[in-house]
Structure formats: structure tokens, C-alpha cells
Design a protein around this ligand. Structure first.
Ligand SMILES: [Zn+2]
Length: 256
């Protein structure tokens, strides 16, 4: 049976909830540049795929339609940007959560594939803790820019962290080759700004990507491979599952 809300009818959903499906994963993406070779929807595609994979291994879990707009002002100056202020995204999440709780959802998983959404996720989780204390809220992808699970695979396969990259590098490009190869323009992939300098994230937050990388790439996508992309996605799914399986008795917010 489908677990994807946008393909279900209301009796399907009511039946699923009556049978115990009381968790919804809300995938959060972005509409922002991902270099000259990846589509603006990259984070939304990745968030949706991770949510569906996670729902496939967590019983009683439904997947909401992805939010395609995130907090992406660090990409100002590149064409194609559409985004929300932190408070707006937090408010959208809270509004959606109220409606989900209204038809029986007891646990909401906020799964973000875009690091810039982290502050909004924190704000939404804090507001929901006040307003809807009966709703358990878990946050996945609200922490480090690249997950430990992905870093471990890259290291095991001799992909330097500087090539894996923070944005549109080997990591995201491999994942997109696995998920939507039809949208990847590998002939336009070029090495971007490659650094694993600890000051990089602070510089990005201060100055934006445009000042640091003229192509918009942080990392080197030229060695990307679909097979490794599948392994990155599987590792993130396994780590998300582990966190959520243990979350029933743990604190409300699960950092990632
Ligand atoms: Zn991305």
C-alpha cells in the first residue's frame, strides 16, 4: 500500500491511521542553485527520496508532499533562487503540523536535506513543543552540513572530504546520479571551491556562496558515481531509522 499522501485518497489515509499509521515524515527541500550541472530541485529530490526510503522501513509511517522552498539566502546572487525567511518556514511547518494533528498524527518527523533550514526547524520544534505537546516532533538533517554516515562512506572509498563538498560536490552529485540521472548535466560538472577549512562555513554565512565560488560548487563533482550515491542514501536512511527507532522513549527532538 502507498505511504505517500499525495497519491492516496482520504479513505486510504483514514484506514492507514486506524491501522496505526500515526507518523508523518515532512520532507523539506530548497529551490536554489546547485552548480551548473544539478537542478534547482536537488535538495527537494533528495529529501523526498530519503523520506520515502525511511517510510519503507518504519512501520506506520506516511510521507507528506515535500516543501520545495527553504531558507537559502546564502545563495543570493545566483539565478533561480526562491526561498522563505526563517520565521516564515517555521510558521509553515507549525501550520502543517496543526492540520496533521487534527486527523490523528501523533509523531511528525521533519526531514531536511538542506542545511540552511536548520534554524527554522529549531524554531518550529520549539513552538510545537509549546502549542501541541501531545505531538512528538523529531528533526533529521537539522545539524551538520554533511552527515557522519556520508563522511564515513566517502572516507572508506577514498573520496576526500574537500571533494565530497558542502554543496553540489561529489556527494550531492552522486546522489542525484542515483535518483534523477536525467536531471544531471555531467558534461558541465567542474571542480569548485575545494576546502575542508573549518572557517569555510562561517565565511559562507557571512558572505554567501557567490563571494566564495563563482560556479556555486563547493567540492569536486567530477568523480561522482551513481553507485556511491546509492550507498550515501542508504547510509543516511539507516542512520535516520536508528534515530527514530530509539526516539519513542527519548527526548522529543532528535538532532542529526
Ligand atoms: Zn543541496
Amino acid at each position: 500500500m502507498s505511504r505517500v499522501l499525495e497519491t492516496m485518497t482520504w479513505p486510504d489515509v483514514a484506514g492507514a491511521v486506524a491501522a496505526g499509521a500515526t507518523t508523518v515524515i515532512l520532507p523539506l527541500g530548497a529551490t536554489e542553485q546547485h552548480g551548473p550541472h544539478l537542478p534547482l530541485s536537488t535538495d527537494t529530490v533528495r529529501a523526498t527520496a530519503l523520506a520515502e526510503a525511511l517510510a519503507g522501513c518504519l512501520p506506520g509511517t506516511l510521507v507528506a508532499p515535500a516543501l520545495p522552498f527553504g531558507c537559502s539566502d546564502e545563495h543570493s546572487g545566483f539565478a533561480g533562487l526562491i526561498g522563505l525567511d526563517h520565521d516564515t518556514l517555521a510558521a509553515v511547518i507549525v501550520d502543517c503540523a496543526r492540520r496533521l494533528a487534527g486527523w490523528g498524527i501523533a509523531r511528525l518527523v521533519l526531514l531536511s536535506a538542506h542545511g540552511g533550514n536548520a534554524a527554522a526547524l529549531d524554531r518550529a520544534a520549539a513552538r510545537l513543543a509549546d502549542e501541541l505537546p501531545a505531538l512528538e516532533v523529531a528533526v533529521l538533517g537539522g545539524g551538520a552540513a554533511v552527515s557522519e554516515a556520508v563522511l564515513a562512506i566517502a572516507a572508506a572509498e577514498s573520496v576526500p572530504a574537500s571533494a565530497l563538498g558542502l554543496h553540489a560536490g561529489e556527494g550531492e552529485t552522486s546522489e542525484m546520479l542515483a535518483l534523477r540521472p536525467d536531471l544531471v548535466r555531467m558534461h558541465r560538472a567542474v571542480p569548485g571551491m575545494c576546502s575542508d577549512d573549518e572557517g569555510l562555513i562561517a565565511a559562507l554565512e557571512r558572505e554567501g556562496l557567490r563571494a566564495v565560488t563563482p560556479t556555486g560548487i563547493l567540492g569536486n563533482p567530477t568523480g561522482a558515481e551513481a553507485g556511491r550515491g546509492r550507498r550515501y542514501l542508504a547510509a543516511q536512511t539507516a542512520s535516520g531509522r536508528q534515530r527514530l527507532d530509539g526516539a519513542a522513549t527519548a527526548p522529543r527532538k532528535v538532532a542529526s
